[in-house]
Each structure stands twice: as structure tokens, then as C-alpha cells.
Design a protein around this ligand. Structure first.
Ligand code: 5GP
Length: 199
């Protein structure tokens, strides 16, 4: 049976919840999906590589991408633009590959309008206290930015009802196992339609 169109998997969660860590762990554990690299106007953090972590853009370059309709979705988050390049996602889905997007909530809701059949997963912290600890320990934020990110985080958690699944990131390996289990289940679900169409 042909593998059909790939699944679009969208992972969101508040800043500091560990999305980056969970995504890198998933990448090393499973070659079964491809990752979309986002464009952003935020400055690179130490160790981040252009084209690997993000495509780092100026505001003018980003605005040109918006105008040319090159982005599947985009959002402004804590004074910077972030967006998903459209072409790569569509190409990969058409090839039958599962595509993984790690994006914030406003962008995820826009993706849901275009891809209601996508799988929407919310990575949640064990508690707000723990989230604050994680952002502070990372040490990449100024006081102002920490305050902003925490208030955005609260709003984001308030949007959890729009997601299909909530995965608690208490331990990275457990969170990865839960995500892989969700993807396996979603593939089994999509097989139902494939079999129905065979008859
Ligand atoms: P950070 O600056 O910590 O790398 O990312 C800030 C937020 O932007 C995170 O919640 C991350 O998931 C989100 N983000 C990263 N790429 C994209 C994107 O392409 N689109 C949207 N809407 N959000 C993104």
C-alpha cells in the first residue's frame, strides 16, 4: 500500500518548556520525519547556525517573504517575526514524508485553518514555577524579556483547547516517547480511510 500524503505534525508550547531539546532528541531517535526550518528576524543565540536552527533574516527580507506569499504562516512573537517557509513543507508532504513544525500558538492556529487534518501537539510544563525556572536557568533572556515570555506563556497555555494532544515535558525521553506514540497512532488512524477507499 502506498504511504499516501505525509502527516503535518505541529508542536507548540511556551518558551522555555524545552521544545528545542525535545525536537533535537526526537531528531536523533527517529529519522521518520523531516523538520521544517523557520525564518526569523531574531538574532542568533550562541551556537545557532543559519539554515539549521533558523534562516536568520532582516526585517526587510522577512517582509519580502510575506509579500511574495512564501510563508505558510507567520507570527510576531516578543517583537520578532517567525514564519514557516511554505515550499519545503508542501514538497515533503507530497512526497509522503511527515513534516514536523515547531511553532508558537498563533502560527499553529493559522496552520490549522489550512491543514485541519494536521496533528496538533502542545508541549506543556509540569507547572508554571518549573517553566520560570527553566527560562531563568537558560540565561538567554533579559529581565524584560523574561517577563514578556512568561506572560505570553500564560496566554499560550490558555489556547491548549485548540490542540489534539497535551504532552507534559517532565522528562525529555518520556516526552519523546509520547510524541512518537501519538504519531504512530495517527498513522494507524489515517490507514482507516486508505482501506475504506480500497473497497
Ligand atoms: P525562540 O526565539 O525561543 O527560538 O522561539 C520563540 C517562539 O517562536 C517559540 O515558541 C517557537 O516555537 C516559535 N517559532 C519558531 N519558528 C516559528 C515559525 O516558523 N512560526 C511561528 N509562528 N512560530 C515559530
Amino acid at each position: 500500500m502506498d504511504k499516501g500524503r505525509g502527516l503535518l505534525i505541529v508542536l507548540s508550547g511556551p518558551s522555555g518548556v524545552g521544545k528545542g531539546t525535545v525536537c533535537s532528541a526526537l531528531r536523533s531517535q527517529s529519522q521518520n520525519f523531516v523538520y521544517s526550518v523557520s525564518a526569523t528576524t531574531r538574532a542568533p543565540r550562541e551556537g545557532e547556525v543559519d539554515g539549521v536552527n533558523y534562516f536568520f533574516k532582516t526585517k526587510a527580507e522577512f517582509e519580502r517573504m510575506i509579500e511574495q506569499n512564501e510563508l505558510l504562516e507567520w507570527a510576531e512573537y516578543v517583537n520578532n517575526y517567525y514564519g514557516t517557509p511554505r515550499a519545503y513543507v508542501e514538497e515533503q508532504l507530497d512526497k509522503g514524508n511527515d513534516v514536523f513544525l515547531e511553532i508558537e500558538v498563533q502560527g499553529a492556529l493559522k496552520v490549522k485553518e489550512k491543514f485541519p487534518e494536521g496533528v496538533f501537539i502542545f508541549l506543556a510544563p509540569p507547572s508554571m514555577e518549573e517553566l520560570k525556572n527553566r527560562i531563568t536557568t537558560r540565561g538567554t533572556e533579559t529581565d524584560e524579556s523574561l517577563k514578556n515570555r512568561l506572560s505570553v506563556a500564560k496566554e499560550e497555555i490558555g489556547m491548549i483547547e485548540h490542540y489534539d494532544y497535551a504532552v507534559v515535558n517532565d522528562e525529555v525521553d518520556l516526552a519523546c516517547d509520547r510524541i512518537k506514540a501519538i504519531i504512530t497512532a495517527e498513522h494507524c488512524k489515517s490507514r482507516v480511510n486508505q482501506y475504506k477507499n480500497m473497497i
